[in-house]
Write a protein that binds this ligand. Structure first.
Ligand SMILES: [Zn+2]
Length: 261
């Protein structure tokens, strides 16, 4: 019950979500979860910011109980945390070191998963990957919704590859990192890139050719390039924050963005 973390996330729905209660049927926990998730990934609630259960209960016209349940789910996804006697706060964004470490772990697991998938994927999984890569190559870029659509496809593609590895524990480990949720939140205001689409196509081509070494290499290349793009985005965010906040600028290493306290 509640919202399954196994379902691929619809980032485009989260970006488009307004503050009103949607008309489609949903359990109250799902309603609260989706609304909070939307506010957290689009930073309507700032990183480190207080999450007001009372305000959300009033806004959604529901009791506080489903909101507290939703917050427990979000806590498990490391998007919110509880301070005893104070309440819930939004998690900080990933730091530079955390981005590095997250990709280091992905680089250990996902290239191997791609190699296994090249050997073990069934035809249905390969067709799904092929269709998804084609769809992603036709997507537009340039605004928040486009980036959300890209992030959604990206999450789905990596999930399909790890599932096709045939190793349930690999799939669950990658799933449990909630990689795309955190990357999306981090990059939400940036652009999807045509390069990532090409890198995905290279992975899918190697899988279709049932080429384990090629799939492994293509996945490694893609993750290294992704990490490089995230580092550039982080540099840019720090440059902007530095321009806004500190006239002295300076080469002092900063931890993540300016922290709200
Ligand atoms: Zn990707």
């Amino acid at each position: 019950m509640a919202t399954s973390t196994q379902d691929p996330l619809s980032f485009s729905r989260l970006v488009a979500l307004d503050d009103k209660r949607p008309t489609y049927p949903q359990s109250l926990v799902e309603l609260a979860y989706e609304q909070l998730l939307s506010m957290l990934v689009t930073m309507k609630i700032a990183p480190g910011g207080h999450i007001s259960i009372e305000a959300l209960a009033r806004q959604l016209e529901i009791s506080q109980t489903p909101i507290r349940e939703a917050l427990t789910l979000l806590e498990a996804q490391k998007l919110a945390y509880k301070i005893p006697n104070v309440g819930f706060r939004a998690a900080e964004l990933l730091t530079r070191q955390e981005v590095h470490d997250l990709f280091e772990l992905r680089l250990l697991i996902e290239p191997a998963a791609a190699a296994f998938a090249a050997e073990k994927a069934n035809d249905e999984a390969l067709r799904a990957l092929e269709t998804l890569a084609e769809e992603m190559s036709r997507q537009q870029t340039g605004n928040e919704l486009a980036y959300a659509q890209f992030a959604e496809g990206d999450a789905r593609l990596h999930q399909l590859v790890t599932a096709a590895s045939g190793n349930r524990f690999i799939a669950e480990t990658v799933e449990g990192l909630h990689v795309h949720l955190h990357i999306f939140r981090f990059l939400f205001r940036t652009n999807a890139t045509a390069k990532a689409v090409q890198e995905h196509e290279a992975i899918v081509s190697a899988l279709l050719a049932r080429d384990p070494a090629g799939a492994e290499q293509a996945m490694r290349n893609h993750l290294l390039a992704s990490r490089g793009r995230m580092t550039l985005a982080l540099d840019e965010q720090e440059r902007l924050a530095g321009a806004n906040l500190s006239p002295e600028g300076g080469g002092r290493p900063r931890r993540g963005r300016a922290r709200k306290r």
